[in-house]
Write a protein that binds this ligand. Sequence first.
Ligand code: SF4
Length: 709
Amino acid sequence: MTTASPTGLLPVLLAPYRDLTELRYDYPVVLVDGDPHVESLTDVTNRAVRRVAARGAAGESTRRRALRVEAAIRRRVAGSGRGPLSELWKLATADVLATCPDDAAFADQLDLVRNAITIDGTVLDCDEHIASDVVQHVWAALHEQAARRAGRRVDELILRLSGILEADEAHSPAGCSPERLSTALGGDHRADFDFEAWSALLRRRPDGAALPDTRRSRIRSVLDELTTQRFFPAQHRADDRHPQLFHSCVAAIDAHRERAAARARLVRAMAIAELEADNRYRETEHDGFFREFDERSVDGRDVGLFPSSLVTIGDADLSGDEHAALFELLGSELPIKVLVEVHDALGEPATHIGAPPGRTLASMAIGLGTAFVLQTASSHLFQARADLAIGLDAAGPALFSVYVPAADDESSLSPYLAAAAAVQSRLAPAFVFDPGAGTDWAARFRLDANPQPDDDWPSATVSFEDADLQHRSEPSAFTVLDVAALDPRYARNFTAVPGATSPDDMVPAVSVLRHGDPDADDWLPYVVMVSDDDVIQRLTVDRELLRRAQRVGATWRSLQELAGIRNSHALALLATERARWDDDDARERLAEPGAVDPEPAASPPAQPTTTIGPLPDEAPPEDAGPPSGQPWIETARCTTCDECTTLNPDMFAYDENKQAYIADLSAGTYRDMVTAAEACQVAIIHAGTPWDPTEPGLDELVARAEALG
Ligand code: SF4
């Protein structure tokens, strides 16, 4: 499938992913029975090939041919195609063999690979149904496991209470013999019981004594409750369980309330049954308690015995009562799981409208502190499968907020790429809040599913030829502006710059997002796009959209703080401690014999250490402050993030405290310096002015440096 915006332009970082059917990645996925519930077709093929292909060059032919079948399946399911893996593999094999009908060895190799695939299940691409398909599949599997577990427990209690009544009716110790109990009652559960122990319990009453009427009546009443319950599957009875799948939070809560009395009766019946089965029921002790037992007596642990309900709902349906019901259940102990499919992450262009409601749900839900919360996009569902299972299996409520591009998404990107772009641009960042994972934020909150989670915006180096056919490489960040550039609703916020060369007063928009004032009008921010024939095209961005993008960046920054990334409190504390350390160090030096205090009357204020490298022609005088225009680093404030030292390890180096300084200015260009200054997360690299007047593109670089302040 070819992907591009309506204008045919793509953000430069998405260009390598134009044709997804030619790439191997997480999709399509296979929904399988059993853990892990969701497999990637890529992994399935890899495992099968590993089983049958010889190592090294000898197995290369088998590997390549299996990958051709995998690619044919990918093409068949691209868009909305779907079907069983076994069937699709057969069809795809036929597609591939049709290209070489006389190659019998080819067919044999593919048979071998097919026979090495040990699973089957529905193969799905990343389409508009994927979130509900995957979540329902995993939920149904876990729900059924929990229901069967509880159903077996109820069946066991029924069996044991029935045995008590039968033994009573037999009216003799022989009626309580292990053999009699086993023969009469064993059934499917014979192996689960210790009939000797059970018989001993039953014989504790005087031989031949009949059950008291009150006990017999209580057991019959409990048996009646257990055999007619509709929460769990029951032996020897048609499955008439309460429905647990909803498309409305209001309906799910109503159903929960309607069943509350029946749930309380079942909890009560199971508790009495346990006591009776063990001969531990004491009327003086228990009658009063169970007489008063009702819905209010059922606590979170009791509710946790019951399989969860699932609500699937679109963000457009979450207004008014539904929104209120969602937050009511997320703040409760109810085992209700909610999948919200967010179809519009960007929202309408008007500035007075905040973020679309669907995009803020998960962040708001975290504030409740009680519910499991997972936010992701359909492209990342496979990666999130383990967290998905944790949230679905956990006691209590859970929210899964998944960005799924609408089927009529006008960007015309493939649904996978549109969803991945939303995560990449921080528009729909992936995160997990698991209140059951610990007591502090470090244990409960994770952002690790995002690309480059430590940075404001993810970036990569892009190589291209400029207008002079010179090969160029420069770092390029992916931001929400790139996503907006693909959305026709935001077309008026962009202006194409004719030609491939940018005017001197243009700066990359990401520089403004990082450090600049979007309302300053002395330069033009731009994003870099690429056409179908790989020609670079710059689009300028207006102030309105820049402000909006900065708000997205601020929201991401808040999430980083929650995850402990560049936490502002920790950084402030670190700066204070460093200043104190410098201060103490200076005092100790002054206290040394022979030291001269230049200003003995007052303690010098703590100053950031400034370390500068030599200029190409002239070394700076020792201990001098940065001369005007000279590049410098506030070394004492360096957080050792590796950005500058990775960018140019000859130009930037760490001192003995592992803090950066300019080691050799002549080892890099002014472009390196400005790029490092833009990348520095604590904005402590001061680019100064260019030292080589012949360096190309200086006007642009100076503007970028000035934008940093
Ligand atoms: S980019 Fe900034 S914070 Fe990171 S190592 Fe360099 S100077 Fe230090």
